[in-house]
Design a binder for this molecule. Structure first.
Ligand code: MCN
Ligand code: SMO
Length: 776
């Protein structure tokens, strides 16, 4: 069976995940291992007056004053209006959100460490709290960071002149939208275990991360160590989703404590820590005006976007990634001629933002897709027709959009048409009318988007990041036994990259993936990689593996040709052997000649070796663009506000598909998370900045009972700008569900004149919208 690009092979990583032999940070056993617990701030904003430690435990209880030599997390940006925050791994003078670490306690067990944490007394003097962007931006608002002028990390703007359009547009649609704060909720929370390896003279840290090499760079910098003195190992990681692609304060304190105590120290995030202190994302507010002609053709969009990014900037992506991406991505897949947008990254007394699957695009897609439907209602046309009228058509590809994004290949209206066909949009009006005759309320909704993936270095530079990711390296080796080893510093966190990069190597080397051993995520064993985020793994790590495999294949043929006594050009590499006509030598024979019997090879043989490391750089600045349309049919119970998803389809194009099985999984998982965004998930804070959703009974994740049976369709428009025509896709399915579902809900609510513009669309919000429309 062929196991190369395009093959539906089961994942290499599945066996260990299914039989329980995978090793996560929490599974690691080590002698003398102690566990850590933190004293976390009970207040959202306060001055630290004093810290009193329990007597006799000085060697187990640490404040920032004890952690000499450990620096703050200080993400830098070159953007002119950027304000930098210093996030001390243990709060120094002030605390700025509930859950911020103040004191670290270590003990032989977590329970003992928690008891110690209970015994620490922290005296706090409360300060005024900002839980909304409005209070944070009010004149004379209490500042989170004393040295700043206000509470803004950054403002950005796009500016096309809209004066003429404002005068002439037949239709003007104005809306305000909002999206809730969310957590990522991976199955495995964050965790880190560190120890000092005396022989290697190195700090070794196992951490649940998507970006082991970045963590090594960041950790070395904050701890004042040379990078050679740090080894970061990502063991099995139970979901990352963006949360695990930044340097966390706990990684630093665990590292410091291990080095200074001379024993292994581990911290494992519990669910409450995850929901309240570690992970926050997604909270946007929009004020949008869209201009269109009387056919619904978009003429221009004017928007203000506020992002409530919390108290601190994450390293290395800063607090501004979300808003910068929002401003750049709001036009989405549409052919838009004029665009003005101002974004505000606002500091509030909540945990800082980390990236989350889709980064900003679930918000902008929601805002744009609802606006398209609002325009359709205003001009009295079918939303699907208005959508297709405005989507960038295949005939215009490649297409540079209004914010400078280069859409490489595809036919966006065609994807919308396919989705409509799959969900049988044509007969929906009849279905809806039949349901209405029995008092049921059905609606249909669509949502289209592009997924920028594998961005080039210039994109990261344009976001002002001081550390600009972009390249990727990989090593591919013919082992003495004739099997192949692939080493990548990228990391698999559930997305199947361990299998798919083996599939890429399999294509070049004509070996079954069971003979290709993949090692990822250990800085001691793999070449530098900035890791798994921005849907870059398949294009970038796959690209580097492809280049290295191609070169290794060439070298294998050179050796094979010597053994077959012909020229390399006369040989073919197939079925695990080098052929000259019917004569062949196996990869095993070639490997053995190279490693064990070099006397069989001529003296003038090329000695570059059977280990090849290659780098990959994107050939196009803005990356390659996957696109899709999601469509949903829902039923809204107008007595209870409950939404049932009756049908859900996704039509997607991510260029060449490496593993269709894995890709289906990516769509199911992403769409499930997007449905959480649309209908269920919301981190709620009270006016004092206290988190009210600190357990999974309060923070509602969709489970199998809430999810539909997704139906998927595909086309393949390979990109000419990546190896094998591959485009990234890991984030995509999380982007569109809010648009599709809320458009469907609003379609169902039309008889009541009600409209939902805030997510999640909970029963409460739906009933409120119905009451408001009735009372209006
Ligand atoms: N793939 C493929 N063919 C393509 C593109 C991708 O077969 N043309 C497969 C590959 O196995 C690849 C996966 O799909 O690993 C996702 O592809 P890609 O878009 O390259 O994304 P990355 O590998 O860089 O993974 C990160 C991405 C992001 S940014 C988030 S967030 C996310 C996501 O993937 N986190 C995930 N999907 C996730 N899936 C799981 N199960 N767990 C996570 O933490
Ligand atoms: S949020 Mo994904 O790690 O880019």
């Amino acid at each position: 069976m062929k196991t190369g690009i395009g093959a539906k092979v089961p994942r290499k990583e599945d066996a260990r995940h299914l039989n329980g032999t995978a090793q996560f940070v929490g599974d690691i056993k080590m002698s003398h291992l102690w566990e850590a617990a933190y004293v976390r701030s009970p207040l959202a904003h306060a001055k630290i007056k004093s810290i009193t430690k329990p007597e006799g435990f000085e060697d187990r209880v640490f404040s920032m004053a004890d952690m000499v030599g450990l620096g703050p997390i200080a993400a830098q940006s070159t953007l002119p209006t950027y304000n930098q925050s210093n996030h001390w791994p243990l709060a120094k003078d002030k605390v700025r959100f509930v859950g911020e670490c103040i004191v670290m306690c270590v003990a032989p067990t977590r329970a003992e460490a928690e008891d110690l944490a209970e015994a620490v007394i922290v005296d706090l003097e409360p300060l005024p709290v900002h839980v909304t962007v409005d209070t944070a931006l009010a004149p004379n608002a209490e500042k989170l960071h004393d040295e700043w002028e206000n509470n803004l990390f950054l403002t950005t703007q796009f500016d096309t002149d809209l004066t003429e359009i404002r005068k002439t547009a037949a239709v003007v649609v104005e809306r305000e939208y909002s999206t809730a704060r969310q957590c990522m909720a991976p199955m495995e929370g964050k965790g880190a275990l560190a120890y000092w390896d005396g022989k290697a003279d190195q700090l070794v840290i196992y951490t649940s991360t998507q970006v082991p090499h970045l963590i090594r760079t960041g950790l070395a910098e904050c701890m004042g160590l040379d990078q050679g003195e740090v080894r970061v190992i990502a063991p099995d990681v139970g979901g990352g989703f963006g949360y695990k692609c930044v340097l966390q304060p706990e990684e630093l304190t665990v590292g410091w404590a291990a080095k200074h105590l001379g024993r292994p120290i581990r911290w494992t995030e519990d669910r409450r820590e995850h929901l309240t202190a570690g992970a926050n994302t997604r909270e946007h507010k929009y004020k949008m005006t869209a201009y269109a002609d009387d056919t619904g053709r978009l003429l221009g969009v004017d928007a203000d976007i506020w992002v409530d990014v919390g108290a601190y900037s994450v390293w290395p992506f800063t607090a501004c990634l979300e808003a910068a991406q929002a401003g750049g991505n709001l036009p989405g897949p549409y052919d838009l001629g004029a665009y003005a947008c101002r974004t505000y990254s606002v500091a509030t007394n909540k945990p800082g933002f980390t990236p989350y699957r889709g980064v900003a695009r679930p918000g902008v897609c929601f805002a744009m897709e609802l606006t398209i439907d609002a325009i359709a209602r205003a001009v009295g046309r079918d939303p699907l027709d208005v959508r297709r009228l405005n989507l960038v058509p295949g005939s215009k590809m490649p297409y540079t959009n209004i914010t400078g994004k280069f859409y490489d290949t595809g036919d966006y209206p065609e994807a919308a048409r396919q989705a409509a066909e799959m969900i049988d949009a044509k007969s929906f009006a009849k279905r809806k009318a039949e349901a209405a005759s029995t008092g049921r309320h059905l609606g249909i909704g669509f949502s289209s988007f592009t997924e920028q993936s594998a961005h080039g270095t210039k994109v990261f530079a344009s976001w002002g990041l001081a550390l600009v990711p972009g390249y990727e390296q990989a090593m591919v080796k013919l082992a003495p036994t004739g099997s192949v080893e692939v080493k990548s510093g990228n990391q698999t966190t559930g997305q199947g990259l361990e299998t798919t990069i083996a599939q890429v190597a399999s294509d070049w080397l004509s070996l079954d993936i069971s003979s290709i051993k993949v090692t990822m995520g250990d800085t001691g064993m793999t070449p530098y990689s900035t890791g798994a985020y921005a849907s870059r793994g398949m294009v970038m790590a796959g690209g580097a593996v492809s280049k290295a495999s191609e070169e290794l294949a060439r070298r294998i043929r050179v050796l094979g040709a010597h053994l077959l006594q012909c020229k390399a050009e006369e040989t073919e590499l197939k079925d695990g052997a080098v052929f000259r006509g019917a004569a062949s030598v196996s990869l095993k024979q070639i490997a053995q000649a190279w490693y064990l019997r070099p006397d069989l090879l001529p003296d003038n043989i090329e000695t570059t070796g059977m280990e090849v490391t290659e780098g990959y750089k994107p050939t196009i600045d803005t990356g390659v663009f996957t696109y899709a349309t999601h469509a949903a049919v829902v039923e809204v119970d107008i007595e209870t506000g409950k939404v049932d998803i009756l049908d859900y389809v996704i039509f997607e194009d991510c260029g060449t598909r490496v593993n269709p099985l894995i890709l289906d999984g990516q769509s199911y998982g992403g769409a499930a998370q997007g449905i959480g965004t649309a209908l269920f998930e919301e981190v709620i804070y009270d006016s004092a900045g206290q988190p009210l959703t600190s357990t999974l009974a309060d923070y509602i994740l969709p489970g199998p009972a809430e999810l539909p049976s997704f139906r998927l369709g595909h086309s393949e428009s390979p990109s000419p700008y990546s190896r094998h025509g591959i485009k990234g896709v890991g984030e995509g399915a999380a982007i569109a569900p809010s648009g599709a579902l809320v458009n469907a809900i609003n379609d169902a609510l039309t008889p009541f004149g009600a409209e939902i513009n805030s997510i999640p669309a909970t029963p409460h919000r739906i009933l409120q919208a119905i009451f408001d429309a009735r009372d209006a």
